[in-house]
Each structure stands twice: as structure tokens, then as C-alpha cells.
Write a protein that binds this ligand. Structure first.
Ligand code: PLP
Length: 365
């Protein structure tokens, strides 16, 4: 049985008639940028997260870099961020001239809150929390530290649409929550898209101005901004997907439960869920000491897997200038060597899940 790491087609066909009707509606509307679909999506997505406001943007990276920018974080400032994140979190920081300070992950693959305080200096301006793989980080401790040291809090929720900590949705704990709607995300568009959510009206206004060349009144430019607008087509299609997000998340939870109950191999570590945190299972990430061998073994059985992420940002070529070397962040590096994401997506059949479970259980190292 051939099993791919993702099948976006299945996510489309599940609601085919609704997507097609919305696409036609947008095509026939004659209005394609910053119109009623974007406004409606912003309202609906803010309501879904529990934030007051939302601004649609062109990507998750733009959400992160604009988020850092509107908090006035730049050259000479430090931002604490977990070491095992996707490169875009770090780029959001460095694009503004600020310096990322990497924090090791805990056993849940999230930022290790016990290591935050020691990393705070008089240059530290913010903590960027990434709710990696869909699992909420330990936000009570993060929020307490931000209060104690007067730090800004940015959440990278590109993988955590709908994940909660103590019943509160990720993205609403700090100043700004940043989302991506890249097609494979839990709330995926049919192209690129992103958004920020915030309770702060000033931040909202500034982001809306910056996404549109720095203009809030037509042809009056207050700042050098960028073109980072969510378009009407993506916003319309996202509204369709958002109307089903509850059942889509529930389906991922059921797949994860089958994996957690079914996979039983001492060579494989399963992901753990923290008390008080919910996971929306953007990825199902196992760990294995003989990971590269496991990949080959699964490949022979036609099961594709993917590594999130093989090279941690501090060892990425693009960050050579930061001067880090192998061994600087041993847990981050260990995870990069051991993690493996197995097929997890809306529309994977029970038969396919069972085939993955059986293969993993039969792995002998
Ligand atoms: C996908 C992702 C991003 C970037 O989102 P884009 O829309 O692709 O720019 C940022 N951070 C994390 C953790 C992501 O997974």
C-alpha cells in the first residue's frame, strides 16, 4: 500500500461542492483584493480564536516579521525562541535586524520554560513561542515571565490552529498571534496565506497599514510597508474550511489516538501530551535512535515520512553569521537526528493508518 506524507486532494474533495461554489462566487464578484471575503474571514477567524481582531496577510512569515516589527523590535534587541523550530520563526526575527536567542526544547518538543529565565538579558525584548507540531506550549510560565521582565510575547501558531492551553487558544496569550494558511497547515488555503490576531487595536491598524505599502488612506504612505495581502479567493476558501475546523481537528485527534494506542515498539518513542495542553496534531512526530534506518525500512513498504526538521536553525547555512556550532544546543540537535513525522492528514483512511501501525510495530531496528 502506497502512503504519502500528505494528501491535499482528499482535503479538497471532502468539501468539493462548497469550495467550488465559493471559488465561482469570488470569480464572478469582480473584486479580488481586500474585499468582503477578507473582512468576513478576519471577523470569523478572530471569533474562532477568541481574539478581538485579525488581519489577513500573504503568509505566515509575513505575520511573524510584521509582528516583530510592530512591536518595535529591531537591531540590538534579542528575542528568545525555541531551537527546534521551523526556519521561518527565526527569519521573522532576523529580518528585523534583531538577534534570535535559542532555547532548548522540552520532552514535548516545545520551548523548555525552565530554561527561559537564565537566557534573559537587558537586551531581551520578547519571547517567541512556537506551538510546534500542533501542541500548546506551557503558557502559564511564559506569560508569568513576560510580566515579570516586561517582555513582549509573540506566538507562532502556524502549526497550532485551535490548540489550547488551560482552555485558552494559542495565539491569544500575548501581544500577537501569527498564523500561516499554507495548504498543508491544519487550516490550509489553496495557495499562500497568513494572519495575525491581537486584542490591541493600535497593532491591528498598524499591521493593516503595513500590509498595504504602509498606506491607510489611499496614496498616502506613512511608512515603507510591503504588499502582504490575503486575497479574496484564499479568504473565501478559508472561510469554507474554517466552518469545518471542528470536525477536521476531531478527525486528527482520532488518528492520533489510533497511533498512540496502536504503535507499540520499544525502539520508537511516541509524542506526549502535556497536562492542560491540547494538541491539534499538525504532525505526529515519533522519535527513533535509528531514524535513518527506519526511514529506509518504511520506504521499502511504500510509506513516506518527513523530518521536521533535519537541520536546526542555529546550524543552517543562512545563519552562519550567528556563529553557532554543532554541540551548542545538544537537545535540539538530538531531536533533529531522531524525529520523524509519520503520515497524518485529514482523509487518511483507517486501512492506511493500520498499515502504518503494523509496519512500525514490525520494525526490528
Ligand atoms: C509554516 C510555518 C511558518 C511559515 O508560514 P508560511 O505561510 O509558509 O510563510 C512559520 N512557522 C512555522 C512553525 C511554520 O510551520
Amino acid at each position: 500500500m502506497k502512503i504519502m506524507t500528505n494528501r491535499l486532494d482528499r482535503g479538497f474533495y471532502k468539501y468539493q461542492s462548497e469550495f467550488e461554489a465559493k471559488a465561482l462566487e469570488v470569480l464572478r464578484s469582480g473584486w479580488y483584493i481586500l474585499g468582503k471575503e477578507v473582512a468576513a474571514f478576519e471577523e470569523e477567524f478572530a471569533a474562532y480564536t477568541g481574539a478581538k481582531y485579525c488581519a489577513g496577510l500573504a503568509s505566515g512569515l509575513d505575520a511573524l516579521s510584521l509582528g516583530v516589527r510592530v512591536l518595535d523590535i529591531g537591531k540590538g534587541d534579542e528575542v528568545l525562541v525555541q531551537g527546534n523550530t521551523y526556519i521561518a520563526s527565526v527569519m521573522g526575527i532576523t529580518m528585523n535586524g534583531a538577534t534570535p536567542v535559542f532555547i532548548e526544547p522540552d520532552e514535548y518538543h516545545q520551548i523548555d520554560v525552565t530554561k527561559l529565565e537564565a537566557a534573559i538579558t537587558d537586551k531581551t525584548k520578547a519571547i517567541m513561542v512556537v506551538h510546534l507540531y500542533g501542541e500548546a506550549a506551557k503558557m502559564d510560565d511564559v506569560v508569568a515571565l513576560c510580566k515579570k521582565y516586561n517582555l513582549k510575547l509573540i506566538e507562532d501558531c502556524a502549526q497550532s490552529h485551535g490548540a489550547c492551553y488551560d482552555g485558552k487558544m494559542t495565539g491569544t496569550f500575548g501581544d500577537i498571534g501569527c498564523f500561516s494558511f499554507y495548504p498543508s497547515k491544519n487550516l490550509g488555503a489553496f495557495g499562500d496565506g497568513g494572519a495575525i490576531v491581537t486584542d490591541n487595536e493600535e497593532i491591528l491598524k498598524k499591521i493593516k497599514m503595513l500590509r498595504n505599502y504602509g498606506s491607510d488612506v489611499r496614496y498616502y504612505f506613512r511608512e515603507v510597508g510591503l504588499n502582504s495581502r490575503l486575497d479574496e479567493m484564499q479568504a473565501g476558501l478559508l472561510r469554507v474550511r474554517l466552518s469545518h475546523i471542528g470536525e477536521l481537528t476531531k478527525e486528527r485527534e482520532e488518528i492520533a489516538k489510533r497511533y498512540l494506542d496502536g504503535i507499540n515498539n520499544p525502539l520508537i518513542d511516541l509524542p506526549k501530551e502535556r497536562d492542560g495542553a491540547t494538541c491539534v496534531w499538525h504532525q505526529f512526530v515519533i522519535r527513533c535512535k535509528t531514524r535513518d534506518n527506519l526511514i529506509k525500512y518504511l520506504n521499502d513498504k511504500e510509506i513516506s515520512t518527513i523530518i521536521h526538521y533535519p537541520i536546526p536553525p542555529h546550524l543552517s547555512e543562512c545563519y552562519e553569521n550567528l556563529g553557532h556550532k554543532k554541540g551548542d544546543y545538544p537537545i535540539t540537535e538530538q531531536f533533529a537526528d531522531e524525529v520523524l513525522s509519520i503520515p497524518m492528514y485529514n482523509g487518511i483512511t483507517k486501512e492506511e493508518q493500520d498499515y502504518v501501525i503494523e509496519a512500525l510495530n514490525a520494525y526490528k531496528g
